[in-house]
Ligand binder design. Structure first.
Ligand code: ACO
Length: 414
């Protein structure tokens, strides 16, 4: 890591043992973690809810089950926090060293504040900026592209990129066209500045808003504010033209993969592993396998267990691919996703960090736990202080602000 802070992180290793090049910066994924709710809904369970069958869902999508946040206390933020903690732990980096938290989500905690800010507070990432990123299922890869850009520009050392969803809260459980597809979960990666060549080599981002109607959550925004009518006619649920999305997805998954490889100076044959957005097995087969002729053993699929977890699908799949021993230093890996917008995104990664699980001992885990407890206490204390201030202290008039107030306009400004 280039910053020399106490978090050691998963130090990137040069595959041939060559000396690191200090003059260049690279953006490496050094930490990863995921979390899914406990409750599982199988296809058989869905047969009891809508007119569908296990056979139909398996053959048309590949999905066998999905995890859902059944406990109302489980939200997008709580899932994101758990995944983020695991990512920081894998990297052995403390939250105070994180410069930015990007939470890609289609089911945020609220329209505002950002779910990322809630995560920042819970982690005790006191030096981090935080914002949510809305690019539907492409959001996680959009987040990686931003993280890479900030790191290469020298504006950040550590960026936490999270994909987190509780889609079960915005799915119409009476609509068999959509409720069979989605699941809840979160995945996170820590992207770090490094001087070892490799990491996120290239990204491709795309959008075609002419397809905005194909997949949307119509109500709750400025175009259709919440009202009794929007609630009663189900406009707060996901609406989808499945066939249109399918056709679009098959095309862009192949195109985006080709383009990102070209940008990274790689050929299709150079790819060791593709981790695609886990929406539908048939989409992956028709794009990555058939069009690009990438063999099945180089494509990681786990959608049978989780369904489509939108922004969380790629980071969850990454964690499982690492766990399964499919990710190794020296490999070229592609992440590729698509989603509402319509949008798409791909990233080419030259994996350069060790993936072995490391044990840090009880003292490290104790320190981590203590730091999260301290973050919770600090948050409560600040909330209490804010309440006291707003009740006891008068709001200062403009001319009562101190001269050095950061809100004071600099001289000569318009
Ligand atoms: N169970 C049984 N039958 C069903 C179900 C179901 N759950 N859903 C639809 N059917 C019926 C339809 O009504 C239709 O019947 P009909 O022929 O009598 O009219 C028949 O099955 C075939 O329906 P199709 O829509 O043609 O089925 P298709 O093979 O296209 O599969 C699916 C539908 C799975 C939705 C597919 O189109 C798809 O995966 N599309 C992409 C969706 C997607 O990935 N969305 C997420 C994008 S990412 C994001 O941003 C959130």
């Amino acid at each position: 890591m280039s910053n020399g802070q106490e978090g050691n992180g998963n130090r990137a290793v040069s595959p041939n043992g060559a000396a690191p090049q200090p003059e260049r910066r690279y953006a490496q994924i050094v930490g990863w973690g995921c979390h899914v709710p406990e409750k599982v809904i199988t296809n058989k369970d869905l047969e009891q809810i809508v007119d569908t069958s296990d056979e139909w869902i398996r053959s048309r999508t590949g999905i066998e089950q999905r995890h859902v946040a059944a406990d109302p206390k489980e939200t997008t933020a709580t899932l994101a926090i758990k995944a983020a903690r695991k990512a920081l732990e894998t990297a052995d980096v403390y939250p105070r060293h994180v410069d930015l938290i990007i939470c890609a989500t289609s089911s945020p905690e609220h329209t505002f504040p950002a779910t990322a800010s809630i995560v920042q507070d819970a982690l005790g990432a006191v030096n981090a900026g935080a914002f949510d990123l809305s690019a539907a299922c492409s959001g996680f890869v959009y987040g990686l592209a931003l993280a890479r850009g900030l790191i290469l520009a020298g504006d950040a050392e550590y960026v936490l990129v999270i994909g987190a969803e509780t889609l079960s809260r915005i799915v119409d459980w009476t609509d068999r066209n959509t409720c069979i597809l989605f699941g809840d979960g979160a995945g996170a990666v820590l992207v770090a500045a490094s001087n070892v060549p490799g990491g996120i080599q290239a990204t491709v981002l795309g959008s075609d808003g002419s397809g905005a109607d194909a997949l949307s959550l119509p109500a709750g925004g400025s175009a259709m504010p919440a009202s009794l009518e929007t609630v009663s006619n189900g406009s707060h649920y996901i609406k989808m033209d499945g066939k249109a999305v399918f056709r679009f997805a098959v095309r862009v998954m192949a195109d985006a993969t080709r383009r990102v490889l070209e940008k990274a100076g790689l050929a299709v044959d150079d790819v060791d592993l593709v981790i695609p957005h886990q929406a539908n097995k048939r989409i992956i087969q028709n794009s990555i396998l058939r069009q690009l002729k990438i063999p099945e053993e180089k494509v990681f699929i786990n959608l049978q267990k989780y369904g489509n977890t939108s922004t969380a699908s790629i980071p969850i799949a990454l964690c499982e691919a690492i766990e399964a021993g499919k990710v190794k230093p020296g490999q070229n890996i592609v992440f590729v996703g698509f989603g509402a917008g319509l949008s798409w995104a791909a990233a080419a990664i030259h994996w350069s960090v060790p993936v072995e699980k490391r044990e840090y001992g009880w003292w490290r885990s104790y320190q981590r736990r203590a730091s999260y407890q301290a973050a919770a206490a600090r948050s409560m204390w600040k909330r209490a202080l804010r309440r006291v201030y707003s009740q006891v202290l008068p709001t200062p008039d403009e001319d009562e602000w101190p001269e050095t107030s950061p809100v004071k306009e600099p001289e000569g400004s318009d």
